[in-house]
Design a protein around this ligand. Structure first.
Ligand SMILES: Nc1ncnc2c1ncn2[C@@H]1O[C@H](COP(=O)(O)OP(=O)(O)OP(=O)(O)O)[C@@H](O)[C@H]1O
Ligand SMILES: [Zn+2]
Length: 284
């Protein structure tokens, strides 16, 4: 059996599957302290005979095998988890191969193997939720280098009507700072799902997301971009983002038909956990 952990800032999802990635059992555990949360994670996995484990974690995390802190969560605002040796603690408990990457890289892997980018060699997965994070598979490989991508923290040109300072503690008005769910709430005074019929909200949101997608396109040339996360539940965003993306690219580079290029997840909210199971299989 494969085991997987999708470690998020609010909850950990753990699952076990057979070799066809059919999930046999799953649990959701609140993210409190490493001691509490990991005790529950271990008591779940202790019930099974695992052959490999995949971990897709919130971050930033250390993915650099040369580094002394490889496998650690690094500069998270969740202080209890700062410099927590996540991979090491799982390795101590189970002597099986363990795959380790970001939650969004795992989701990109899930989408390219089983979801909306199935059959392709490259895709970007971007989640627009409490934060904004992106992962990618390029030429069949997870995109990692010295570290891992942090696609949510890129600078963007501000909308002419922008008044909001941004929420990012590191950069203020980076993409995440002005376009994640909390920024929509901070700017307009209501949560996104209560603003569904206010056009200016989604026009501004699309203005920012399209810039980000243009950057990912120009740098990575993926075959597809999958946009997920709570904010993307506003389906009207997809055509708006495509339209603004087309305006920005201005026919400079060739891109796939935009209906096929900028798409919703195929795995709904399961991209991360399925991707982590795939990561386990790759680690085996
Ligand atoms: N239907 C909706 N319309 C607009 N915004 C929404 C909707 N549902 C959730 N959101 C916003 O999305 C954010 C939550 O994102 P999500 O549901 O992806 O959870 P999350 O896992 O906490 O996010 P993250 O992946 O960044 O950790 C909140 O800011 C919320 O207001
Ligand atoms: Zn930032």
């Amino acid at each position: 059996m494969f085991g997987a952990i999708e470690a998020g800032g609010t909850k950990f999802v753990c699952a076990v599957s057979d070799e066809n990635f059919t999930i046999k059992e799953r649990v959701s555990i609140p993210t409190t302290t490493p001691e509490e949360t990991m005790t529950e994670v271990f008591s779940f996995f202790d019930q099974y005979e695992l052959t490999a484990i995949g971990i897709g974690s919130f971050g930033p995390i250390d993915v650099n095998k040369e580094s002394d802190t490889y496998g650690y969560i690094t500069s998270t605002p969740k202080t209890a988890w700062k410099f927590y040796d996540f991979l090491g603690s799982v390795k101590n408990r189970y002597s099986v191969p363990i795959g380790w990457t970001t939650d969004v890289n795992a989701a990109a892997l899930g989408e390219i193997k089983l979801g909306a980018a199935k059959g392709l060699k490259s895709c970007v997965y971007l989640t627009v939720g409490t934060g904004i994070g992106g992962g990618a598979v390029i030429n069949g490989e997870l995109l990692e280098g010295y570290g891992h991508p942090e696609m949510g923290h890129i600078p963007v040109r501000l909308h002419p009507n922008e008044t909001y300072k941004g929420t990012c503690p590191y950069h203020g008005d980076c993409l995440e700072g002005i376009a994640a769910g909390p920024a929509i709430e901070g700017r307009f005074g209501k949560k996104g799902h209560l603003l569904a019929d206010q056009e200016e909200v989604w026009e501004m949101e699309a203005y920012y997301l399209a810039q980000a997608l243009m950057n990912y396109t120009l740098i990575l040339s993926p075959e597809r971009i999958v946009l997920g996360g709570g904010v993307m539940k506003q389906k009207q965003l997809y055509p708006l983002v495509r339209q603004k993306f087309a305006e920005l690219i201005n026919d400079y580079v060739q891109v796939p038909d935009l209906e096929q290029y900028i798409v919703a997840p195929g795995l709904e909210d399961n991209a991360g956990i399925l991707g982590s199971l795939l990561l386990a299989a790759d680690a085996e």
